[in-house]
Design a protein around this ligand. Structure first.
Ligand code: CO8
Length: 261
């Protein structure tokens, strides 16, 4: 598929995906969601990390495209919401770490996109919010699910009910982002973290992501069972043998496992 709104750059094994619809502050229309869906279904197998950011210095993503949503009926709204949520779930289920480099407004669907990523690094100029109730709707790309899990029920309800936007430092305080950096170093910071992770065992990182995601809402009994299954799988991989042998022989490991996309 030819991408009209996605720019893709590869630095070593790290992919930087830029959502590029600067005129509308990178608002997500169905074409962009379709391109994202296609991209996420065809990630190159040698990719060890993905960074998602927005074009320009003003917005990460200023939400779903209001001009496209304004004439939807109930069924159209349900379908649009479901499609966006399914695309974002693909991000969550990718077997590689996904870092949101939030360079500006992350509102509505933009905040939801950032939350579907594993880790969020924000520019000090970023602003976060779920302004949907001011438009007569609710978050529709899984924001009512992910926001309470990231910041707790109280802050999630405050943000979603009030629709207010918060600054990056406030987002850091409530746990919505992992780190706040100056805008000029945002991509470098995201790249440095992605590279740090890429030095580890790709198969172990993939199994760690799978474990964390699948156990998050389970009972401790079920989580113990799932974690031990995934822990066991590590011992069927070459990287476990290499990692432990390297430690015991006081050398750096050379990991070779590839992940299945
Ligand atoms: N959709 C469409 N166009 C947008 C959007 C958007 N979300 N955000 C900005 N734009 C456009 C503006 O219309 C404007 O276009 P034009 O130049 O043609 O007039 C251009 O981008 C620049 O925007 P502004 O002139 O408004 O820039 P400001 O600096 O004055 O303001 C803001 C920046 C504060 C970000 C402002 O643009 C704004 O409030 N945008 C809307 C933010 C918003 O409400 N986002 C949530 C949308 S709803 C949503 O995301 C729900 C997700 C789930 C959907 C489920 C489907 C059922």
């Amino acid at each position: 598929m030819n991408y009209e709104f996605l720019k893709i750059e590869k630095i070593d094994s790290i992919c930087i995906l830029t959502i590029s619809a600067e005129k509308s502050l990178n608002a997500l229309n169905s074409r962009i969601l379709t391109e994202l869906d296609d991209f996420l279904s065809n990630v190159e197998s040698d990719t060890s990390g993905l960074i998602i950011t927005g074009a320009g210095d003003k917005a990460f993503v200023a939400g779903a495209d209001i001009s496209e949503m304004c004439n939807l009926d109930g069924e159209g709204g349900r379908k649009f919401g479901q499609f966006g949520s399914e695309v974002f779930a693909k991000i969550e289920n990718l077997p590689i770490p996904v870092i949101a480099a939030v360079n500006g407004f992350a509102l509505g669907g933009g905040c939801e996109l950032a939350m579907a990523c594993d880790i969020r690094i924000a520019s000090s100029k970023a602003k976060f919010g779920q302004p949907e109730v001011g438009l007569g709707i609710i978050p529709g790309f899984s924001g009512t699910y992910r926001l309470p899990r990231l910041v707790g029920l109280g802050y999630a309800k405050e943000l979603i009910f009030s629709g207010k936007a918060i600054r990056a430092d406030e987002a850091l305080r409530i746990g919505l982002v992992n780190k706040v950096v100056e805008p000029e170093v945002l991509i470098d910071e995201a790249l440095a973290l992605a590279k740090q992770i890429a030095e580890k065992s790709a198969s172990a990182v993939a199994l760690a992501k799978l474990s964390i995601n699948s156990e998050y809402n389970c009972s401790i009994e079920k989580a113990i069972s799932m974690e031990s299954q995934n822990f066991g799988k590590c011992f069927e991989n070459n990287d476990q043998k290499e990692g432990m042998s390297a430690f015991l022989n006081k050398r750096n490991p050379e990991f070779t496992d590839k992940v299945q996309f």
